[in-house]
Design a binder for this molecule. Structure first.
Ligand SMILES: [Fe+2]
Length: 412
């Protein structure tokens, strides 16, 4: 870490508190995959799992003349959400990104971005300056439309694009995103501060005659015939939180150093499995929102090995919903896999659904919460899951059952 003239760690005043970095990551905000068949993945994540499409971005205009290469069938990227954030998940067409170039990634990285929320625009810009001072490479900076969030995109040690952002557009009761006529406030460079508020942007757009109802509207394609805790939804469950992300690391020490030193994530717990170190990191009070596994274990866990991402997590609203979700997926032919509990500390009943690209989507309803002393629950005090055994109808509650990030607003 940077040191001052006296050899002491440099500290930064963040909102009146002295921290080791000029920003503090608050949570995993969104995540994305680059996929070969974006329409098939969309049907899985939106149709089967119920994430909602909030915007569609056609990348075809980004090709210079003579235009889109003949081998590319799908040019659209999709933004999806589960709550009020404009997007908590994104799907991008890999053939388009490959053809356009510029991301300079390993061929086994299919993660589009791992995006972390900070509390204010000042922290986004200070994080950019600080990470550059530390020598970290930044993919790009600015403010993207769709989504309206201010950001910079630093890399991790393995080359995954991360994002530090603030100010995600919120989608409310009328299910509409901002219209494209409000996109003139997009940025592609380091912003001067201060910037006007979103309130002022909205006022100026209204004064300029912008039709605020012209943005993309969420549409549910499936019949609303499942009673989910008293509300009729299109599926027997509701995704209410994203994460954790699990990555394979070629150099686990370098990857953990990057996420702790440059991003400020905290190590909750480490596990050793078949002699290999696995590390679980948190941004907030969740046991982990990021887990790093050594690449030496890839291919040894019974999961497809399609990329550097072991899995992406989606939490559902309850244990009952989790059981109903797994049955719903199995009925539709989705492959379900399980991992030993030792590889998933802080979690108990959980399953992995295989998406059309071959990525594992981790489904769960409970994750341990970490308090002021930063200590995880001792392994012996956790709910024990017998690998391969049937799950119980109902569970005894844990002391932190239902704690942590809660879902805001109606379920659907
Ligand atoms: Fe993003």
């Amino acid at each position: 870490m940077p040191q001052d003239a006296a050899g002491l760690p440099v500290r930064y005043n963040v909102g009146g508190v002295l921290l080791e970095r000029p920003f503090r990551i608050q949570r995993l905000g969104h995540f994305g995959f680059n996929v070969d068949d974006v329409e098939a993945s969309l049907e899985f994540y939106s149709g089967v799992l119920g994430l909602r499409v909030t915007d569609v971005l056609d990348l075809a205009p980004r090709f210079p003349a003579p235009g889109v290469p003949a081998h590319i069938r799908q040019t659209k990227a999709y933004f999806l959400n589960h709550g009020t954030d404009h997007h908590s998940f994104a799907l991008f067409p890999k053939p388009v990104l490959d053809a356009l170039g510029g991301r300079n990634e390993r061929s086994d990285i299919l993660v589009n971005q791992i995006s972390w929320q900070v509390g204010c625009l000042q922290e986004v810009r200070d994080a950019l300056d600080w990470q550059q001072q530390q020598g970290n490479k930044i993919h790009r900076i600015g403010r993207d439309m769709p989504g309206s969030n201010w950001h910079n995109y630093p890399y991790d040690a393995g080359g995954h694009v991360n994002e530090i952002y603030y100010g995600m557009e919120q989608i409310g009761w009328n299910l509409r995103s901002k219209p494209r006529t409000m996109y003139e406030r997009g940025f592609k460079s380091r912003p001067d501060l201060p910037q006007v508020s979103e309130y002022e942007e909205l006022r100026l757009s209204e004064a300029n005659g912008v039709d605020l109802s012209a943005g993309h509207r969420i549409h549910e394609q499936w019949p609303l015939d499942h009673n989910v805790a008293g509300v009729l939804l299109a599926r027997p469950f509701k995704v209410d939180k994203i994460g954790p992300v699990r990555l394979w690391a070629r150099d686990i020490d370098a990857e953990v150093d990057c996420y702790t030193r440059l991003f400020g994530l905290r190590i909750t717990e480490e596990a050793t499995w078949k002699g290999h170190r696995c590390v679980f990191l948190r941004a907030n009070s969740e046991h982990h929102s990021l887990a790093i596994y050594p690449q030496a274990l890839q291919g040894k866990l019974g999961l497809p090995t399609v990329s550097s991402c072991l899995s992406f997590g989606l939490r559902v609203g309850s244990y009952q919903q989790l059981r109903d979700c797994i049955a719903f997926l199995e009925k539709r032919g989705v492959e379900i896999r399980h991992l030993p509990q030792e590889l998933l500390p802080g979690m108990d009943y959980t399953a992995f659904a295989i998406d059309p690209q071959g990525h594992a989507v981790q489904l769960y309803a409970y994750m341990e919460n970490i308090g002021w002393d930063g200590k995880p629950r001792p392994p012996g005090a956790r709910r024990q899951v017998t690998h391969g055994a049937p799950w119980p109808e109902a569970l005894e509650p844990m002391s932190d059952e239902g704690d942590g990030e809660v879902f805001l607003g109606p379920l659907g």
